[in-house]
Design a protein around this ligand. Structure first.
Ligand code: TXA
Ligand code: MG
Length: 343
């Protein structure tokens, strides 16, 4: 499966040349925009961290063109890795595997594991293919975290990247490729296959049930002691104004209690009735999980730009399909509180 609009070959060519020269290129994937650098170039990878303002000991995902690259970047990958790659690559799934010597410390944050993902977006695939061709190495790959400043909302359009990181000389990125809005909209599911049993490090569009059905065993959430993963910090995916997540039925009372405070509200259409003028922006929460995921970060960006002092969001429905959206909203809501690291 590939996704996204047709690529612009001239833009891809410019991007590959910049990447081969150690530059940073923001590119669309089906999940969110990534901030890419040559995965073999430790200095370029460190430049990603500097551009994002992200701590250097966080690992970054290595994006590969196809599953044949698993053997180059990981060593001793279990059967489950091949099964999952076969079932879901290219697609929104990241596998954490024991690293090979090629996966250097700047990629892994000094850990013994490496995160690998093969993206499905047409532009990402074209970029990876052209980059590998230019490097003359089919295993050449791109290190890429989401293309946002550390702790800020992930970008699902090129405009989001432009507004946050920006292009040089004023901004921090050499080139921002515009391949349209990301069709999945939230980051990949991450499965850790380095331990005795597989664990889910991050919820995404590939559900726990799909992963479990493919490898034939339970895949519980990772608990304490899990590998460092910046997406696991609670204070992530955060708008600037404090975001409060509450049951839809509690919204009217909460809005009344906050009269006099400029509010932005994200709630199902039915809950968006007659509200006081203190509500400066009301956005309709999509009714199905895939649409909600696709639009989530654009909605958070809009809420953020509304000038509201506080954001109220209705809690989404329960159930497996909603796990990833619920997880991102809870993290956005937790931003005003101390996170897992107590910072
Ligand atoms: O959908 C995605 O995964 C997007 C697109 C651009 O591919 N990328 C993304 O990257 O979300 P980032 O860096 O924002 O989040 C990657 C997550 C982080 O939480 C990171 O710590 C974790 O993956 N990760 C990467 N390598 C890891 C490893 N070796 N062990 C544990 N976690 C790892
Ligand atoms: Mg991120």
């Amino acid at each position: 499966m590939t996704a996204g609009p047709l690529v612009d070959p001239a833009a891809i060519e410019r991007a590959t040349r910049l990447l081969a020269a150690g530059g940073l290129v923001a590119f669309p994937t089906e999940t969110v925009y990534g901030l890419g650098a040559d995965a073999d170039d430790a200095e370029a990878v460190r430049a990603i961290f500097a551009a994002k303002g992200r701590p250097a000991d966080h690992p970054v995902i290595v994006h590969v063109h196809d599953a044949s690259a698993i053997g180059a970047w990981a060593s001793g990958a279990p059967d489950a890795a091949r099964q999952l790659a076969q079932a879901f690559w290219p697609g929104p799934l990241t596998l954490v595997l024991p690293r090979s010597p090629r996966a250097h410390d700047a990629l892994t944050g000094g850990q013994a594991s490496v995160g690998l993902r093969c993206p499905a977006h047409r532009w990402a695939r074209a970029l990876l293919a052209a980059f590998a061709a230019l490097r003359g190495d089919p295993m050449a790959a791109l290190a890429a975290p989401s293309a946002n400043s550390f702790g800020r909302i992930s970008p699902t359009t090129a405009a989001h990247v432009r507004a946050d990181l920006g292009e040089k000389p004023q901004g921090r990125v050499d080139l921002i490729l515009d391949g349209g809005p990301c069709p999945v909209g939230i980051e990949s599911t991450i499965v850790d296959l380095t331990g005795a049993a597989p664990r889910l490090l991050r919820h995404g569009a590939i559900s726990r049930g799909q992963v479990e059905a493919t490898i034939g065993c339970a895949v519980p959430d990772a608990g304490a002691g899990a590998p460092r993963a910046s997406g696991r910090l609670l204070s992530h995916y955060a708008p600037r104004a404090p975001l409060e997540l509450l049951e839809p039925s509690r919204l009217p009372a909460r809005i009344n209690a906050l009269r006099g405070t400029r509010l932005a509200v994200l709630a199902p259409a039915a809950a968006l009735l007659d509200w006081p003028a203190s509500v400066v922006l009301r956005l309709v929460a999509p009714a199905d999980a895939a649409t909600y995921a696709r639009r989530l970060y654009a909605l958070l960006h809009q809420l953020d730009e509304s000038g509201a002092e506080r954001i109220l969001a209705a809690a989404p429905p329960h159930g497996e399909l909603w796990e990833a959206v619920g997880d991102r909203l809870r993290r956005a809501a937790a931003a005003a509180e101390p996170d897992e690291d107590g910072t």
